[in-house]
Design a protein around this ligand. Structure first.
Ligand code: IPE
Ligand code: IPE
Ligand code: MG
Length: 256
């Protein structure tokens, strides 16, 4: 299959380079249809494929998907086991789609917590896709933002002890360098599905100035039209980063 050509519709304003998604509501989607929760997870894979392909075609540079949190290990053992086998299957079955769309896959999180088979498939898929020059797809696996910050602090303390770091020069950029994937710019747009208005320990450092969009649909029903609705909403946002909009009269007054 040939790589889909980018035909980006005009969303009427700025377009995000990095989109992060909290893929929520799989269980509710299934329950609402009289099915067990795991069917929601299975159906959710279809959304992962469609949203990844569409984002790549639209020219999104990075897509970060929250797939499994450090807190999700608390779920019943059979559900965790199902999610891990689904991940393993995904990492093999989606290889042609990733290659066709020139997508590079990378994981962030406490990856070593994953079962050995899933971890092996993950490393293989990362290696296979490493030279792709299209979109970066980051899967957050066994991910927690507080854990990420604690891990960063631990790594910094080690460097300090070894004389490789200097406590006096710590600034925001120093801390960023110790996070899981410092080279990827922060998300511009954070989407959460299923109407839930919380962050659930996702990218706390990196979303400081992300625009937040909550979709009412559960993740299995979040597809291309729902993504386009989020992008159209983003296009209308005015990002100020604490400053003033540069073309507003007040902004030039304050500069004078
Ligand atoms: C998201 O769906 C998938 C994971 C967190 C792994 P949920 O499983 O959280 O579904 P709800 O929120 O219970 O409906
Ligand atoms: C967030 O969803 C984690 C993922 C989407 C992987 P949860 O369903 O775990 O979050 P809470 O428990 O509703 O906050
Ligand atoms: Mg949930």
């Amino acid at each position: 299959m040939a790589r889909k050509k980018a035909e980006r519709p005009d969303f009427g304003g700025p377009f995000p380079e990095h989109i992060a998604i909290i893929m929520d509501g799989n269980g509710r989607w299934a329950k609402g249809r009289g099915m067990r929760r795991v069917f929601g997870h299975k159906e959710g894979i279809g959304s992962v494929r469609e949203i990844t392909t569409e984002c790549a075609a639209l020219g999104v540079k990075s897509l970060t998907l929250y797939a499994f949190s450090v807190e999700n290990w608390k779920r019943p053992k059979p559900e965790v086991a199902f999610l891990m086998s689904l991940l393993e299957e995904f990492l093999v079955k989606e290889r042609p789609t990733l290659m066709d769309n020139a997508v590079r896959l990378r994981a962030i999180g406490r990856i070593d917590d994953l079962p050995s088979d899933a971890l092996a498939r993950l490393r293989e898929t990362e290696t296979l896709t490493a030279a792709n020059d299209g979109m970066l797809l980051r899967l957050a696996l066994s991910y927690g933002a507080r854990t990420e910050i604690a891990d960063a602090l631990k790594a910094f303390a080690r460097d300090l002890q070894a004389g490789r770091a200097d406590a006096g020069s710590i600034d925001e950029e120093t801390l960023r360098r110790y996070l899981y994937d410092p080279a990827t710019p922060d998300p511009d747009l954070l989407i959460r599905t299923s109407g839930e208005m919380r962050i659930s320990n996702f990218l706390l450092w990196q979303i400081s100035y992300a625009e937040i969009y909550v979709a009412k649909e559960c993740w299995p029903e979040f597809r291309t039209p729902q993504l386009h609705a989020a992008l159209a909403d983003y296009a209308k946002r005015v990002r100020k980063f604490g400053g003033l909009v540069s073309d507003a009269p007040e902004a030039s007054e304050s500069k004078a």
